[in-house]
Design a protein around this ligand. Structure first.
Ligand code: UD1
Ligand code: CA
Length: 458
């Protein structure tokens, strides 16, 4: 449960030059989820309100994350992480929160548990806390300075770090996750200066300022928090993505999900795969997909926001997006189910069948080479190979209705809006432009003429 007295600020205004991309860095994805989405998930689980400081590419951020847009704060010029927090401070203050979490937007592996832990440290009475870790090579990260008794003295950015002045490098670095007592931070946030190599306002200077004023600041050092160090390059993104992927796959295996070739199975962080489900790699199960117990996904499939009920099956090389399979339904191999495709109990679609915003009733079948768009198809209907619902007239989309038990012959074009009645039969090769009554046989094609002797000479 999020804490009512806690607000979170995600710093996400930077460009991320090292990604060589026009997208703002925090929109780069891991297992189909943006870095910002993952950080916001961790923050939103702990804090009652989440603000995001945006600048570079803010329109793209708004489009990608409308659910966060109400908490957007603009930092027009990226004058540093301290400046970014200043931009959000009016809203932090107005929220009335006593505690403020600050998260770098480029740390996608942060979890609610880690954020909660840090918050608890401050709730125990410390004025300010941040998460640190120890690296064999401190590299470009901010160095944590400690005094003789191990007490935190401050953070010095890599560019400004000088062993003569700051003491030998201990390898302890700042991960960029902070928890501030709002009343304490308020005293220093607007005293930050750009008196440093980068000429920026550093959020990290808050630590030294608070310590000098006699406040208690704690660096919570975690050995496993290397993974929280920011993602700045394509290589670091790939490493973070693989760490997230293998963590999820190992969890699923331990829970009792059957995974073949687990090293090639990708399951997104917000997907749910129940114990007793079976996935064969390579496959990608993304977004808010749910795979219930006993459901199966074959190799080379990609599912995004799909729902597979118990015993449903998606066969090899199929692609599902916001589609749903009820118990016993089967799709593929080579099926493409687009948003709004619904296969009711025991319905089946076979190879090269595309469905969009269409329902296939219980036990209905579309075995081969078919497009079903804006169609409502009743129980036990058989759709012949090559059937096309002509749902678009160039301006509007129209609906096709097919009653229960109907039989649609191969290579039929159903020109919508149109209705085929229950138990009707449509002859192969028909172009159906008018409704077909229940139990009627409709044939709408040119009659065959056999002209004797007009073939080849023997
Ligand atoms: C920062 C820390 C460093 C820490 C490291 C951990 C500072 C000064 N340094 O360095 O101590 O070891 O993270 O990964 O904070 N941002 C803004 N506005 C700005 C500048 C940055 O919103 O004006 C955002 C960026 O989009 C990014 C985050 O803040 O998500 C961190 O900025 P970045 O430039 O990546 O900081 P680092 O140099 O990595
Ligand atoms: Ca960074």
């Amino acid at each position: 449960m999020p804490h009512q007295n806690t607000i979170a600020v995600i710093l996400a205004a930077g460009k991320g030059t090292r990604m060589h991309s026009d997208k703002p860095k925090v929109l780069q994805t891991l297992l189909g989820e943006t870095m910002l989405g993952l950080v916001a998930f961790a923050a939103g689980n702990v804090a009652a309100q989440v603000l995001t400081v945006v600048g570079h590419g803010q329109d793209l951020l708004r489009t990608a994350h409308p659910e966060l847009a109400g908490g957007f704060v603009l930092q027009e010029q990226q004058l540093g992480t301290g400046h970014a927090l200043q931009m959000a401070w009016d809203r932090v203050r107005a929220s009335g929160a006593s505690h403020c979490l600050v998260l770098n937007g480029d740390t996608p592996l942060v979890t609610p548990e880690i954020v909660e832990d840090l918050l608890q440290t401050v709730r125990e009475g410390v004025d300010m806390a941040f998460l640190s870790t120890v690296l064999p090579e401190a590299g470009t990260f901010g160095r944590v300075l400690r005094g003789a008794d191990g007490e935190v003295l401050g953070i010095v950015e890599a560019k400004d770090y000088d062993p003569e002045r700051h003491g030998p490098d201990t390898g302890e670095v700042n991960t960029g996750l902070y928890c501030l007592n709002v009343a304490t931070a308020e005293n220093f946030l607007f005293s930050l200066t750009d008196d440093n190599r980068a000429g920026e306002l550093y959020i990290t200077d808050l630590v030294g300022l608070a310590v000098q004023a006699g406040h208690e600041v704690r660096a919570v050092r975690r050995s496993e928090s290397q993974e929280l160090l920011g993602v700045n390059s394509p290589l670091e993104l790939a490493q973070a993505e693989e760490r997230l992927r293998s963590g999820i796959v190992n969890r699923l295996l331990s829970e009792g999900v059957m995974l073949h070739q687990p090293e090639a199975v990708v399951v997104g962080p917000f997907a749910v795969v129940e114990p007793g489900a079976e996935l064969t790699g390579p496959c990608r199960i993304l977004g808010k997909t749910t795979v219930a117990r006993g459901a199966r996904v074959g190799a080379f499939c990609q599912l995004t926001d799909a729902t597979l009920a118990a015993g449903a099956e998606v066969r090899e090389f199929s692609h599902l997006e916001s589609a749903r399979l009820e118990p016993g339904a089967i799709a593929g191999p080579f099926a493409r189910l687009r948003p709004g495709a619904l296969l009711m109990e025991n319905a089946r679609v076979g190879n090269f069948v595309e469905m969009k915003k269409s329902v296939l009733g219980p036990g209905a079948k579309a075995g081969h080479l078919t497009y079903l768009g804006d169609a409502e198809i009743g129980a036990a209907v058989n759709i012949g190979a090559g059937t096309i619902t002509c749902n678009y007239d160039g301006a509007n989309k129209h609906t096709t209705e097919i009653g229960a038990g109907a039989f649609i012959g191969s290579n039929t074009a159903l020109v919508a809006p149109v209705r085929v009645g229950e138990n009707a039969i449509v002859g192969a090769g028909s172009v159906i432009t008018k409704d077909v009554p229940d139990a009627a046989l409709a044939i709408a094609r040119a009659r065959q003429a056999n002209l004797l002797g007009r073939g080849k000479k023997p």
